[in-house]
Design a protein around this ligand. Structure first.
Ligand code: CTP
Length: 393
């Protein structure tokens, strides 16, 4: 089977230039992982990984048309960006071992067979030999693609690298494949395997899941596999204020759906996610949403309470049905309300004291926010405003 037929002209051009160098330098080269999987699934191939049997530096030094490249000596991996808009990772074939569960693996250069064994799932442990144009499938990956299964390769795969649980969910929701290891994943989650990895690693996987088209299914799987205790009816809850096209809103929705807000620490305490989003989540932990703004129907009060809130805080509050239309009203009517008069105009009426000027302006704003009307300022309004001065509004 020639998997190259599913790639773009530019991708094939670059792969052939790598192949030529490999043949000249007596290096075996294989397309591996997601590119082979996606080509077999007739899905768009985005990232291409090529595994090679010598140091990738030997290839990169002879390559032409490189726009940029990075070399990671610890993993003997070169990430190459070509002028033709194609990116390829060239990776030394290796075997991996984990000194402890949850740590990053130590690597030893090796051959393609070991390299395929180190991988997460059978569907990702496929290689395409560039020299002999043949597929290598040591673990039944092609069969699992046909049978729509996500299946681990080696015995302690999830304990060694708990991020694979999130990866399994990602492929399962993306391709609508079944989780062959479902029971094992549930058991691993209940044993607390995620405690062996940092919040950063979990946050990264969750953020990646949120970029998937079927992100809601991922959250539902979190609940079904007991990874997080979630209010499933809150997942993807729609209202006129939120737009789920933004990944951060999806992350916020997960935060909103946690039954136990202690789980939220993963989303708040990491260096991966957007800092404004994390800051908003911190603030939200301290708001009693049920009672927030519940009683008030005064638009000025609504404005005052919401004016310093971020778009994330507003979206979060809007998921509470008692607040939805207050938030909506704030965003579309109240937020940008500007008075026609200013302090100088008030002073023209002989009011000199700054505090009184402020009170009068606030009073006029209160009237405008609640009635939609701003009349020309007159003595009567000033008088009313001054009577209000000592009241809290
Ligand atoms: N891999 C693994 N275990 C991990 C991460 C990655 O075994 N924890 C292997 C898999 O074989 C995977 C390859 O490394 O196919 C490349 O990883 P990545 O780029 O994350 O995945 P892709 O398969 O390219 O999938 P995606 O389409 O989501 O990018």
């Amino acid at each position: 089977m020639n998997i190259l037929s599913g790639l773009s002209y530019e991708q094939i051009y670059v792969i052939n230039s790598i192949k030529k160098i490999c043949i000249l330098k007596n290096i075996d080269a294989y397309i591996v992982g997601g590119a082979v999987r996606d080509a077999l699934l007739n899905a768009k191939v985005r990232d291409i990984d090529i595994c090679v049997t010598k140091d990738p530096k030997l290839i990169v030094e002879s390559l032409e048309e490189i726009k940029e490249f990075k070399y990671y000596s610890e993993f003997q991996t070169a990430s190459v960006e070509f002028k033709r808009g194609v990116s390829i990772d060239i990776i030394r074939c290796r075997r991996e071992f984990y000194p402890e569960y949850g740590t990053l693996p130590k690597i030893i250069p090796s051959d393609i067979n070991h390299d395929l064994f180190r991988r997460d799932f059978t569907i990702n442990a496929l290689a395409y030999d560039l020299k002999y144009y043949k597929l290598i499938d040591l673990y039944g990956g092609i069969g699992d693609i046909k049978n729509k299964l996500i299946r681990k390769i080696h015995s302690n795969s999830y304990e060694e690298d708990p991020t694979r649980v999130f990866r399994a969910i990602k492929y399962s929701i993306r391709y609508k494949f079944l989780l062959y290891d479902r029971d094992e994943i549930i058991s691993c989650a209940s044993k607390g395997i995620f405690k062996t990895i940092s919040n950063d690693r979990i946050a990264k996987e969750i953020s990646l899941l949120c970029t998937e088209k079927n992100w809601k299914d991922a959250f539902l799987l979190f609940a079904r596999l007991n990874i997080f205790d979630l209010n499933c009816n809150l997942i993807g809850k729609s209202n006129p204020v939120v737009n789920y096209d933004h990944v951060n809103i999806r992350l916020l929705n997960l935060f909103y759906s946690f039954k136990d807000k202690r789980d939220a620490d993963i989303l708040v305490d990491n260096s991966i996610m957007d800092s404004d989003l994390k800051k908003s989540m911190m603030q939200l932990k301290n708001i009693d949403v049920e009672n927030f703004l519940k009683e008030t129907i005064d638009n000025y009060e609504i404005f005052r309470q919401l004016k310093n809130m971020s778009r994330y805080e507003l979206a979060y509050l809007s998921w509470n049905f008692k607040l939805t239309y207050k938030i909506y009203n704030y965003i579309y009517n109240l937020k940008d309300c500007i008075l026609c008069i200013n302090g100088n105009k008030v002073k023209d009426f002989g009011i000199k004291d700054g505090k009184s000027v402020g009170s009068i302006l606030r009073y006029i704003k209160k009237l405008k926010l609640n009635t939609g009307i701003e009349k020309d300022l007159n003595r009567r309004d000033i008088q009313n405003a001054l009577e209000y001065k000592d009241r809290k509004f």
